[in-house]
Design a protein around this ligand. Structure first.
Ligand SMILES: CC(C)(COP(=O)(O)OP(=O)(O)OC[C@H]1O[C@@H](n2cnc3c(N)ncnc32)[C@H](O)[C@@H]1OP(=O)(O)O)[C@@H](O)C(=O)NCCC(=O)NCCS
Length: 130
C-alpha cells in the first residue's frame, strides 16, 4: 500500500457556541466539545485511511480555559502516527472572542482510531509520510 503524506489528514473544524451548547455559567459544555473533537478526529483518520474509522481510545483531556457563549471554536486535527490498522490523531483546540479580537487555548488531546473494512473488521492503513 502506498504511503500518504501527513498533510493529507489535516482537518480544521469550526463551530459557533450557541445557548444550547452551554452550561449554566455560559461556557461551552465539555461533553459537547468532546463530541466535536471526536468528529474532527474521525474526519482526519478517514482522510488518511480513505475508509470508515472507529474511535478506539481517547487520552487525557484537560480544559485550560472555558470557551464562552458566542465565541468561535477552532479544532485542528492531524494524523501523527499510523500503526498497522490504527492511527494516532493529535487535536488542538482554541477559542476566539471575535468581539474583543483575541484567541485563547482550550485544550489538546490524542485520539486513537481504527480503520474498518466493510465487515467492520480492522483493515491496514497507509504508512504516514512525515
Ligand atoms: C476498536 C476496535 C474496532 C478494535 O477491534 P479489535 O477486533 O479489538 O481489533 P484488534 O485487537 O486487532 O486491534 C486493532 C487495532 O486497534 C488497536 N486498539 C484496539 N483497542 C484499542 C484501544 N482501546 N486503544 C488503542 N488502540 C486500540 C490495536 O492496538 C490494533 O492496532 P494496530 O493494528 O495498529 O496494531 C473494537 O475494539 C471496537 O469496535 N471497539 C468499540 C469502538 C467503539 O464503539 N467506539 C465508539 C465509542 S462509543
Amino acid at each position: 500500500m502506498q504511503g500518504r503524506p501527513a498533510i493529507n489528514s489535516f482537518t480544521i473544524m469550526n463551530e459557533l457556541v450557541l445557548p444550547n451548547d452551554t452550561n449554566s455559567f455560559g461556557n461551552l459544555m465539555g461533553g459537547r466539545l468532546m463530541y466535536w473533537m471526536d468528529i474532527a478526529a474521525a474526519l482526519s483518520a478517514m482522510k488518511h485511511s480513505n475508509t470508515p474509522c472507529m474511535t478506539a481510545s481517547v487520552d487525557n483531556i484537560s480544559f485550560k480555559n472555558p470557551i464562552k457563549l458566542g465565541n468561535i471554536v477552532h479544532i485542528e486535527a492531524k494524523v501523527t502516527r499510523a500503526f498497522h490498522t490504527s492511527m494516532e490523531i493529535y487535536l488542538k483546540v482554541w477559542g476566539e472572542d471575535s468581539l474583543h479580537q483575541y484567541q485563547y487555548e482550550s485544550n489538546e488531546a490524542y485520539f486513537t482510531f481504527v480503520a474498518l473494512d466493510p465487515n467492520g473488521k480492522p483493515r491496514p492503513v497507509p504508512v504516514l509520510i512525515p
